[in-house]
Design a protein around this ligand. Structure first.
Ligand code: KIV
Length: 264
């Protein structure tokens, strides 16, 4: 089983950390079998599984439901739960209780929270309860209304400096790793160089200690849009459509079921 100690060791040894999201049993099994180090049950499930426009309506109960399915499927990868909007912002005790649900009810080994300095107290409190935390800065999708959309962050010198400060703050608060989303690659490079905890990039270039993508982007199962930073390695949408159309045609033509698929 991949652990937070392995995260740290990989950074020390200069080995890349591989992460993907997954949201259900069959895909989590495949991701685990592929040897991916850690699976994030991301609140991106609001968009790629539930068909929502953004992640904001996703609830704690929904995250627990999906994380349970993923934990059940996995033998080697570390499972992380993504804390949804308003599950950690209102109070520290609520944040700790909700983070604890991922560990106690859903079998996760850690949680991810969006934010920098503003979530430092939550990170510290979670650590006191032995809950490992990955912080997440740069483009934080739960802040779309403040950010005015899904925009690359840290482009100006001042914004880049602020990101670097935030990175140090979450490291000092005790985060075991830091996710960097949609920031210029040289800003990610500087953060990765300065921190002793590993950085995991999504749209943050090649210099991070590890990479994460949304599974449905990688396998071509989400066709509404593919972000510039995502690479599609397969087109399961097309494959599934072909299979289902073939099944329909064979039923329409009386070819399925054949005798091979029938009982005597
Ligand atoms: O919700 C999610 O899937 C994320 C991505 C950054 C991987 O947070």
């Amino acid at each position: 089983m991949f652990t937070i100690q392995d995260f740290i060791k990989k950074k020390k040894d200069g080995d890349k950390i591989t992460m993907l999201t997954a949201y259900d049993y069959p895909f989590a099994r495949i991701v685990d079998q592929a040897g991916i180090d850690a699976i994030l049950v991301g609140d991106s499930l609001g968009m790629v599984v539930q068909g929502l426009d953004n992640t904001l309506p996703v609830t704690m109960d929904e995250m627990i439901y999906h994380t349970k399915m993923v934990s059940r499927a996995v033998t080697d990868a570390m499972v992380m739960g993504d804390m949804p909007f308003m599950s950690y912002q209102a109070s520290i005790s609520e944040a700790v209780k909700n983070a604890g649900r991922f560990i106690k009810e859903a079998g996760a080994a850690g949680v991810k929270l969006e934010g920098g300095a503003e979530i430092a107290p939550q990170i510290k409190a979670m650590l006191k309860s032995d809950i490992p935390v990955m912080a997440h800065i740069g483009l934080t999708p739960q802040s779309i209304h403040r950010m005015g959309g899904y925009k690359v962050q840290g482009k100006s010198e001042e914004a880049a400096k602020r990101l670097l400060e935030e990175a140090h703050i979450v490291e000092d608060a005790g985060a075991f790793s830091l996710l960097l989303e949609a920031i210029p690659m040289n800003v990610a490079k500087q953060i990765t160089k300065e921190l002793s905890i590993p950085t995991i990039g999504i749209g943050a270039g090649p210099y991070c200690d590890g990479q994460i993508l949304v599974l449905h982007d990688v396998i071509g199962l989400f066709e509404r849009f593919v972000p510039k930073f995502a690479k599609q390695y397969a087109n399961l949408n097309k494959e599934a459509l072909n299979a289902i159309q073939s099944y329909k045609k064979e039923v329409d033509d009386g070819k399925f079921p054949s005798k091979d698929h029938s009982f005597k």
